[in-house]
Design a protein around this ligand. Sequence first.
Ligand SMILES: [Zn+2]
Length: 327
Amino acid sequence: MSASYPWQKKQWSQLKHQLSDDKLPHALLLCGPPGLGKVAFARGLAKLLLCTQASESLEACGHCRQCRLFGADTHPDYYQVSREGSAQWILVDQIRALNEFMVLSSQYGHHKVGLILGAETLNRNAANSLLKTLEEPPPGSYALLVSSDPMKLPATVRSRCQRINFNPPSRSDGSAWLAKHIPESDSALLISLCHGQPLTAKAFAKGDLLKTRQSVFAGLNQFIGGGVSGVELAKRWEKIEFIQLLDWLISWLIDSLRLSQNADAGCLDNPDFYPELDGISNRLNIRYLYDILDQMLEYKRLAGTSLNHRLRLEDIVLAWSARCQKQ
Ligand SMILES: [Zn+2]
């Protein structure tokens, strides 16, 4: 078994030792920020647990029947659960089905693996139902939970799993990895913008996000300078993914706060916007910056609720304009 990504080596090695000592717990909670390949890690572990011809060094063989079935997503001893469609939560019926799968005997007389993606979205009943499997794991079964926000899981679930933490690699390692995969990208900037998360940065580099980010920032500056109305700005932002927009605004506010406390440009998450962010930090006093930041964080917290998209955008713009006009 080898790590899917170079920054996961420590976690792979830990689990390999536990597995070879026959001490791998029946429930694992893989936690850490997004963009670190936790799902690929979990699937790699599932493949190894199902493989019947794994090497002595614990590599899934890749060609036995189990590996082939797993590769084709048709392995009868593997079950994956995540939110369905546009649902906000993983529902209790999905976990009941997982519980039923876990108690059946393995089709191949080997292990069974249940994987839950986005475990923080288990609703209360679903989480309670999962306790049954976590408390009395059927022999040979493994439950793997993946979460980028584990504190949202009930303590009863967390305490029954061994926690495996994933952290971003150093900025220089992340940047080197990205440069190898997307040579034409500005890897250091992208890694910085994406909080050190290499896979987020890779997705960023492949799409138009960098351009979109620039136009959102230009629009915001125009608005602060009085060159565009709030209604027009909200309209421009309508097509931008809401959480992404908030993440940008929050990140720019945090950088402006850093600058208002005399941080230098090297400490910023958005070093390419240094002069404009410095302008914002001079224009808005610290209290207003914190006020806007609080509101942006609150909008992010409420983002899953079904509020009207346009109205939310107008509220966001209003939060900025209320402070800008006070200056
Ligand atoms: Zn195999």
